[in-house]
Design a protein around this ligand. Structure first.
Ligand SMILES: NC(=O)NCCC(=O)O
Ligand SMILES: [Zn+2]
Ligand SMILES: [Zn+2]
Length: 518
């Protein structure tokens, strides 16, 4: 399909300018101020509109089997919701069950996704157990044939996905060796499990128990611990769903010390808060149950947006993992049985525009950075994705910054009967979505083809992730002192311990001041 986009303003993460865009065979082939429509080309008028790179949502769980249920948005409905909201690529997670091989799980996810996706997608992979076999399969899946360049570790969901600290550390050493990015769900799962039992025993069985079982400091503690361990493993780290100020502060603390850490707030955390858990209607409250929970501090959403503006958080995602009312009701007598997860993939772009750009906190270029370009750079598919440039894939959105829409379950494209942003009026509307040169969303209607999306293999060694780790490694080499063999000194010859001390030179390795001496 050939397209000419006329009269729009192109917005990339670093520049904005008026220009036409010519698309042939799924690629951008020309960007010039005035291109005459070649015969047979469909013309898309972008007058008074922005022409932006399609959104990349780097954190989704389509049709995830989780807590005895399967998430309702499958790869078809989930990617339809994505393109209706201006997102043209998702990165979903392969999550093996404990002890399952990575290759088996990988094949299952590809089998689910390939025939269903309506836009391009990539995969990240969770490590839910540890063994030499898992370590060697990590090496296999980072090859071109599998296209995995990131691994996620859960420090929560005890007994299900959670790994122990030593497994996490080993996993990050292997990530660093393979030049794959480590990702982490950071909450203290052991303490949460204890608190859940305590709350249930005290008779707190409703969704308010979910938030009380997971105080924000358990997210902050695990985030700090994860960053510390990543620093020790010299492994770049990506913290998924940063939900609280404390977790964001832990990331900033380590970044100030030179650590490579990325923080990902999600649409839910940028636009809603944890007051819903105390709603008098049980089902309403249950529908917001996700982990880590939405913040109980109403100023958190704005604070997270400010951190995105300041560059202390880096990109946005959704953690889209939807369960309907019947599934949520499985926890009616016990909040720990409410399947965890909320929607987001359709509304992220509008929510970030509204709360970020329309609110005067970020500019349109930063909007493109945090919704698309940073994800493309971190996951190593830039500039194929994440940029309006000649040679890039024609994943393009015609964005009306002045239009508004009201988010509702009655008009959304998710497979569930609820939307956590219900009734919210947002500025910034994706009017046309183009996926590799094909219009998949226009005039409020989907024009998708199941299975038309492609799997995008993601290669290790992303520049933005790994460029500093080799020099950092040199500062972390073990230090060995060559000495003459130790000869015991006769008791009477032991010198005064405090006399004539020669001060050794003290090195300060990454991670902080130290007693390492040489
Ligand atoms: N976040 C959530 O509650 N559900 C999806 C699984 C996860 O990412 O933790
Ligand atoms: Zn998670
Ligand atoms: Zn998730």
């Amino acid at each position: 399909m050939s397209l000419l986009i006329k009269n729009g303003t192109i917005v990339n993460d670093d520049v904005m300018f008026k220009s036409d865009v010519l698309v042939v065979d799924g690629k951008i082939v020309e960007i010039s101020p005035s291109i005459n429509p070649p015969a047979g080309f469909e013309v898309v008028d972008a007058t008074d509109r922005l022409v932006i790179p399609g959104g990349i949502d780097p954190h989704t769980h389509m049709q995830l089997p989780f807590m005895g249920e399967v998430a309702k948005d499958d790869f078809h409905r989930g990617t339809e919701a994505a393109v209706a909201g201006g997102t043209t690529m998702i990165i979903d997670f392969v999550i093996p069950t404990k002890g399952e091989g990575l290759l088996t799980a990988y094949d299952r996810w590809r089998g689910w996704a390939d025939p269903k996706v309506v836009c391009d997608y990539g995969l990240s992979m969770a490590i839910t157990s540890w063994s030499p076999q898992i370590a060697s399969e990590m090496e296999i899946v980072t090859g071109q044939a599998y296209g995995i360049n990131s691994f996620k570790f859960f420090l929560a969901y005890a007994g299900v996905f959670m790994v122990r600290d030593e497994e996490f550390y080993q996993g990050m050493l292997q990530c660093a060796k393979l030049r794959a990015l480590a990702r982490v769900h950071a909450e203290n799962g052991a303490v949460i499990a204890e608190r859940c039992n305590h709350l249930l025993t005290a008779g707190v069985t409703g969704p308010e128990g979910h938030t009380q079982s997971r105080p924000e400091e358990l997210e902050a503690e695990a985030t700090f611990r994860a960053c510390t361990m990543a620093s020790q493993a010299n492994c770049p780290l990506y913290v998924v769903h940063v939900m609280s100020k404390g977790a964001a502060a832990a990331i900033a603390h380590h970044r100030k010390r030179g650590a490579v850490v990325f923080g990902e707030p999600i649409a839910a955390g940028l636009a809603t808060d944890g007051s819903h858990y105390y709603h008098e209607d049980w089902l309403h409250a249950a529908r917001y149950v996700m982990s880590p929970p939405l913040s109980r501090d109403p100023s958190t959403p704005n604070a997270l947006m400010n951190l995105l503006a300041a560059g202390e958080l880096h990109l946005t995602a959704t953690d889209n993992c939807t369960f309907d009312c019947q599934q949520k009701s499985l926890g009616k007598d016990d909040f720990t049985k409410i399947p965890n997860g909320v929607n987001g993939v359709e509304d992220r772009m509008s929510v970030v525009w509204d709360r970020g750009v329309h609110a005067g906190i970020i500019d349109p270029m930063r909007f493109v950075a945090v919704t698309s370009t940073m994800a493309a750079k971190i996951f190593n598919c830039y500039p194929q994705k994440g940029r309006i440039a000649v040679g890039s894939d024609a994943d393009i959105v015609i964005w009306n910054a002045n239009a508004t829409r009201t988010i509702s379950k009655d008009t959304h494209h998710h497979a569930v009967d609820f939307n956590i942003f219900e009734g919210m009026q947002v500025h910034g509307v994706p009017e046309t979505t183009i996926s590799r040169g094909r219009i998949v969303w226009a005039d409020g209607k989907l024009r998708t083809v199941q299975g038309a999306g492609r799997f995008i293999p993601l290669a290790p060694d992303s520049q933005i992730v790994f460029s500093s780790v080799d020099n950092r490694k040199k500062t972390m080499e073990p230090v060995r002192i060559e000495r003459a063999p130790y000869v015991p000194t006769p008791q009477e010859e032991i010198p005064d311990a405090n006399a004539n001390i020669v001060k050794p030179r003290v090195a300060v390795p990454p991670g902080g001041a130290s007693s390492i001496q040489f």
